[in-house]
Write a protein that binds this ligand. Sequence first.
Ligand SMILES: Nc1ncnc2c1ncn2[C@@H]1O[C@H](COP(=O)(O)OP(=O)(O)O)[C@@H](O)[C@H]1O
Ligand SMILES: [Mg+2]
Length: 371
Amino acid sequence: MPSDPVPPSACHVGVVFGGASGEHAVSIRSANTVVAALRQGANAERYRLSCFYIDRQGRWWPPAVAEAVLERGVPAEPADLPDPLAPGGFRGFPDGALAVEVWFPVLHGPNGEDGTIQGLFSLMQVPYVGSGVLGSAVGMDKQAMKAAFAAAGLPQVAYACVEASELADDLNGSGALLDRLEAELGYPCFVKPANMGSSVGISKASDRAGLLEGLRQAAALDPRLVVERGVSARELECAVLGTTELRASVLGEICFDADWYDYTTKYSEGLSHTVIPAQVPAELAERAQVMAIAACRAVGASGLSRVDFFFDQGSGDLWLNEINTLPGFTSQSMYPMLWEASGLPLVELVHDLVQGARESRGIPLSPNQVP
Ligand SMILES: Nc1ncnc2c1ncn2[C@@H]1O[C@H](COP(=O)(O)OP(=O)(O)O)[C@@H](O)[C@H]1O
Ligand SMILES: [Mg+2]
C-alpha cells in the first residue's frame, strides 16, 4: 500500500461547501479553488484535508460524495446521492467530521454566511475560518449591516428600511409607504431584500409603479427590505484579512456595460470585467482601505471580508455599499485576485486564513506549521 503523503502532524482541515442557499452552485466553484490551494505547494504537508458537501436541501455528506461533487463541479441532484435520502436539514455529522481540527466554511448566502454554521462550530468549540456568529449575521442582513455602519458614522447613500407588512397596508390603499419613500429617496431608487446576495430580488425603480413592483418582488423573498437612493457611481472593492489585526488589499474596480450590476451581468461570461488595481488616486485608495477596515469593525467581522463601495467621480463621494463576510473564491473572484495583486498568492492566502482561525481561538501553532 502506498504510504500516506501527509505527515501525521498535519492539521486536519474540513472544507464544507454547497449549502441550502441560492448561491449553492457558486459555492462549489469557490470550494474547488480553496481545496486546490490547500493541497498545493507547502500546504500539501501542512494540512490533511476532508471535504464535506451540504446539498441544496441542507443534508451533510461525507468526503466520498463531496469529492465527486467537486470533480463534476455542479450541484448534486437527488438521483446522484446515495439512497435512502434523509429529510432535509442538518441531522448530525457524516463520518470523519468529528476529527476535523479547523473548519473552513466555503458557503455563500443564507445557511452558511449568516452565522448559522458559525454557531454550530462555536458550540463544538472547534475553530473555523472567517467571522463569528455576530459578524456573519450582521454582515448578511442589509438592514442590520446599514444600522451598524450608521452607528459607526460611516458614509452610505440615503436609505430606508421597510418591512413587508408595511407594503400590505399600502396595497390596501393608504399609499403612505410609497409617499414616504418618494419623499425621502426619490427616483431612481434600488429595492433590495435584506438577506439575499448576487443581486437576486434587487430592482431599480424609476417611478411609483416600478417602486411598487420592486417592493412586491423583494417582499416575496424576504420580510425585511431596504430601499436606497440610486447613485451613478463607479464600483470599487477591497479585500480585508486578519483577526486581531486587519489588513486591507489594493482596490479593484468592477466595470460593466449594463445599467447596474444585476444577476445576468454578474454571472454571464464577458458582460463584466475587473480592473486590479483600480485606477483611482492614491488618496482615494487609502480612504477606501481605512473605511474597509472600519466596516469590518462596525459589524464585528474578522478573518476575511470583501467590502464594496460606490465612488462618485464628480463629487468625490465614497460610500460604503456592503460587506461580504464569505466572499466568492472562484477563479474569477475579486477576493483572491485582490490579495494576489497585493503580494499574497492564493496558496499563502488560504494558509493565512487557517492559521488565523487557529490563533484567534487560542490554539497554538505547532513548530512544523510555522512557515
Ligand atoms: N444605491 C444604489 N445606487 C446605484 N446602484 C446600486 C445601488 N444599490 C445597488 N446598486 C447596484 O446593484 C448591485 C447589487 O447591489 P448590492 O447591494 O451590492 O447587492 P448584492 O448583495 O446582491 O450584491 C450593485 O453592485 C450596483 O450595481
Ligand atoms: Mg453586491
